[in-house]
Write a protein that binds this ligand. Sequence first.
Ligand code: F6P
Length: 341
Amino acid sequence: MRVGLLTGGGDVPGLNAAIRAVVKRGEGEYGHSIIGFRNGWKGVVDGASEPMTRQHIRNVLPVGGTLLGTARYHPHRADGGMDAVLATLEAERIEALICIGGDGTLHAASKVAEAGIRIVAIPKTIDNDVWGTDRSIGFDTAVTIATEAIDRIHTTAESHNRVMIVEVMGRDAGWIATTAGIAGGAELVLTPEEPFDIERIERFLKHRHRAHASFSIVVVAEGAIPAEGTAMHYETQVGKFGEIVAGAIGERLKVEIEQRTGFDTRVTVLGHVQRGGIPTPTDRILGSRFGVAAIDAVARGESNVMTALRGERVELVPLSEIAGKVKRVPEDLLAVARALA
Ligand code: F6P
């Protein structure tokens, strides 16, 4: 059987573990030919493919990024994109396509599935906001990196008696901000889930610095916004694929906090550092589990499903159930971050 494979959207550490698992088990257990498409859906449109064999996947577990390359490209939004996808898949005699991606890539996958192609999807995004799965590949590594950064910022914040703002990724959900904020002991965590009130932040920081501390760490998700009707006006700045302009909210908060409190304030934008480098064991294991589950699902004849971590188990969820939804940080986790301010 000829099985297509692509990685789309922003890269994450742990993608190569998933690719490796698909190729190793697909070839070894089932005798499938795995056809890799370069640079996500763009490679399918352009017919940029190569057979993936055991040679390609040697020693890739500790390597970040994706062997296949990736791109932010959505065929259903491009002129002639869907026709080109279907033409390539027919020409390549692809019987099932494994798509590894976040919300954008999986939305495209559900459109391609509607056109009659068998799809098995694997969720990845450091933002951890794909609906239907407890975890997406890449999240654990991003939280590990962000936590280490906050630990390092702590010592310099304390030495200089400063307010330090750490901006982390998280466009629509504040998973990295909340979990790294808790792990790193941030005083304030600002997320898209809970629009903030700058006057409350001002009061909080003034009180803390008067009462018992000379420094503070504020972790802000890039998609955090002020609450409507509060004193700060700010519009999220996004690029053409909906990606947020890095640093915009962090810089804006720095100015607001400095002006309102008079405290020396600095901002660190972690940006793509969170997406690069060596995957944690947890992400390697998750990528491997999802890869095996996906190729097993293909072999069983499943179609239009996504692998999902539910508690301790990897299960399959219908692709149609997840498209267009965002998995937000639950209230109890946000409450822990608030409780430890
Ligand atoms: O989708 C994951 C993400 O990391 C977002 O948090 C961020 O807004 C975006 O990717 C950045 O994308 P790009 O790599 O295209 O700048």
